[in-house]
Design a protein around this ligand. Structure first.
Ligand code: ADP
Ligand code: MG
Ligand code: ZN
Length: 631
């Protein structure tokens, strides 16, 4: 994205004002120079000069300033308004052969006059232009390109992105192939009678490749790509956004066939009348201009408008009507297979160790979108470069993945011994329950190396496959293992720390979801309570409108509470029953700082005796720390 041409020029008034003041400065200094050899005299002296025949010329200004030149070349000046219209006096001077000159404005203070007269005009003009922009959307400014669209035009030849750079969304590429063919030959395509959508709306979570696919369409068809973000339209001056929309379309039409891409369409395209402060605001004007432009061109002109949003739910319905964005494409978070393909695209041209397994990389990145994957590969390449390695190794990738999920490891962070022991048991509480409960995701890794801002340690549990449906037993077990961290702290140290607050929050959210939305509570029944408002993508906080009575609310609350309490008891019971194993594991984790998922499940399968030998015989385990559990 480095070489795009920015087509915006700043306000044209700025330079004019600068020139004006520069010119003023020059004139002032020139007039000051002149004035150095002009002597100010009084009226009497002036009359003496004239009557004694000392002067050769006289300059009479209408303002009353009289300047005379003496025979020796010296200039004198005097304020003598009566002389201006004294015809007999002037005629007498003329008879004496003195050169007479009338001027219109005073030479001495002309620049002050200029200031007095011109400055207010300039200021007025400035305001007048801004007013003009407000009312006419900028069309009233001749030659001004303040209103010009800040559209970025990608040079198709230099930064060409093609379908090869986009992976994992083959169906979408197929759908867009029509558009590509159309852009390659708009006339021929239309001659066949095929109708092409005017506008294509790409909807989907951030980072899923909406911008990328739009650029790829332009790249495939080899046509210019006019890119503008919805927030570029929303400007300080009312009407500027609308003018920019018109400019954007004008420019694209002049270079058709072309693609216009409007990112963050929701910034302009929000439902009208939804904002505060009345209807006639900037955003609405911009939206109207967009609608007008979209109605106003013939697809045969070879223009295709694409737009992207991650909030299709808030868009004004008018945008989605036929003849506008009449084709909607939803791009979802990539699944396992798609991630594998996206990883392959980003590994292209990178030097990677031969043992890198793309499939397993894809498996350890559930929930990653394309942007995360790009990030991960870059991060891994950086790590390898920092270590001066020839290839990116598997460890680099694993570290990169963790960095993206929880932030970079901070081995230097100082944590007291006591804290580390607590963290050790906390993480083991999650992990042991994660292993023992039948419906949880397998443990991928346990670590007590602090990462990111908050996590002092963490247990990574990953699903073996992408899941769209989660069963009730799975949710139940997940809640129990979430509470395992705190349960372990309570069992071992008999005190409660703040480290579990995030776990508790997540567990409570899950239970609330089960009770109020998923109908998984017998007492409350299979009813969805509360109406969802706002966010459509899961994972964000949901806002709900209350559509139930106070009594139901109480029932829901008490149901959630008893559900959490019984899950917590279950977690404590299982961990207590495995106390000895937990202590051995704690010694091991405390010393090693990290246990891989594979090793952990092996250790869980050993008998207690075997485990004891395994832990004690490890070189890195410090026997002194055996007293860990009595801290
Ligand atoms: P969006 O516009 O949906 O927020 P972008 O198109 O800006 O996402 O994607 C950001 C980056 O993520 C892209 O530049 C690309 O490197 C990577 N990316 C996203 N989706 C894909 C994909 N399907 N295939 C390959 N790379 C992708
Ligand atoms: Mg984008
Ligand atoms: Zn925890």
């Amino acid at each position: 994205m480095a070489d795009n041409k920015k087509q915006r020029s700043g306000s044209f008034l700025g330079p004019i004002l600068i020139y004006f003041f520069l010119a003023l400065l020059i004139f002032i200094s020139i007039s000051q120079l002149n004035r150095t050899n002009v002597l100010e005299i009084n009226y009497t002296d002036l009359m003496n000069l004239i009557n004694n025949d000392f002067i050769i010329s006289i300059q009479i200004d209408v303002s009353g300033l009289v300047q005379v030149k003496a025979k020796n070349g010296q200039l004198f000046q005097c304020y003598a308004p009566t002389l201006v219209f004294d015809q007999t006096f002037v005629r007498a001077l003329a008879n004496d052969g003195i050169k007479i000159e009338y001027t219109k404005s005073s030479a001495g203070s002309w620049w002050i006059t200029l200031l007095i007269y011109v400055l207010p005009i300039v200021i007025l003009m400035f305001f007048w232009f801004s007013m003009l922009k407000r009312t006419t959307g900028g069309e009233g400014i001749p030659g001004g390109n303040y209103r010009k669209s800040p559209a970025k035009k990608y040079d198709a030849k230099k930064t060409r992105v093609t379908f090869k750079d986009v992976a994992g969304i083959d169906e979408i590429k197929d759908e867009l192939m029509d558009i590509v063919n159309f852009l390659k030959d708009p006339k021929g395509f239309s001659a066949l009678g095929a109708r092409i959508p005017k506008g294509i709306l790409l909807a989907g979570p951030p980072g899923t490749g909406k911008t990328l696919i739009a650029r790829a369409v332009a790249g495939e068809a080899n046509v210019p790509f006019y890119f503008m973000s919805g927030s570029d339209f929303v400007e300080l001056f009312v009407g500027v956004g609308a003018a920019r929309v018109r400019d954007l379309f004008r420019e694209a039409k002049a270079n058709s066939p072309a693609i216009i891409f409007i990112d963050e369409l929701d910034a302009v395209g929000r439902q009208r009348g939804a904002g505060l402060g009345g209807g006639h605001d900037e955003r609405e004007q911009t939206l109207n201009a967009l609608l007008v432009e979209m109605d106003g061109f013939d697809p045969r002109e070879g223009i295709v408008v694409m737009a992207a949003t991650n909030r299709p739910d808030v868009l004004d319905k008018a945008l989605l009507r036929p003849g506008r964005f009449d084709k909607k494409i939803y791009i979802d978070v990539p699944d396992l297979k798609a991630r594998e393909e996206i990883i392959k695209v980003h590994l292209r041209g990178k030097r990677i160790a031969p043992d890198i397994d793309v499939k397993s990389l894809a498996r350890s990145t559930p929930g990653f979108v394309g942007a995360d994957i790009e990030n991960m590969v870059n991060e891994a390449a950086l790590l390898a470069a920092r270590e001066n390695r020839d290839f990116i190794t598997n460890e680099d990738f694993q570290e990169a993945i963790e960095r993206i999920i929880v932030g970079p490891a901070r081995k230097s962070r100082k944590i007291s011994e006591k804290e580390r022991k607590i963290v050790t048991y906390h993480e083991l509480g999650h992990a042991i329950l994660g292993y023992l409960l039948p419906y949880t995701y397998p443990v991928h890794k346990i670590t007590i190396i602090p990462r990111g801002q908050a996590a002092l340690g963490y247990t990574m549990q990953l699903p073996t496959e992408d899941r769209f449906l989660i069963t009730e037993p799975e949710l139940k077990d997940q809640i129990v293992s979430l509470l395992g961290g705190r349960a372990a702290e309570e069992i071992v140290f008999n005190e409660i720390t703040t480290g579990a607050s995030n776990d508790l929050k997540r567990a409570t959210e899950l239970v609330r979801e089960m009770v109020t939305q998923l109908g998984m509570s017998e007492k409350i029944g299979p009813i969805a309570w509360g109406e969802e408002v706002g966010e459509i993508f899961l994972g964000r906080e949901l806002t709900r409108m209350k559509n139930f009575s106070q009594k139901t609310a109480q029932e829901i609350d008490s149901e959630i509470k008893s559900y959490i309490l019984s899950s917590y008891e279950k977690a404590k019971k299982i961990l207590s029953n495995n106390r000895e194993r937990m202590d051995l594991l704690a010694i091991y984790l405390y010393n090693k700082e990290e246990i891989s998922g594979k090793e952990f499940s092996e250790m869980m399968e050993m008998s207690l005796e075997e485990l004891k030998v395994y832990v004690m015989n490890d070189e890195e385990v410090n026997v002194k720390s055996l007293t860990i559990s009595y801290a």
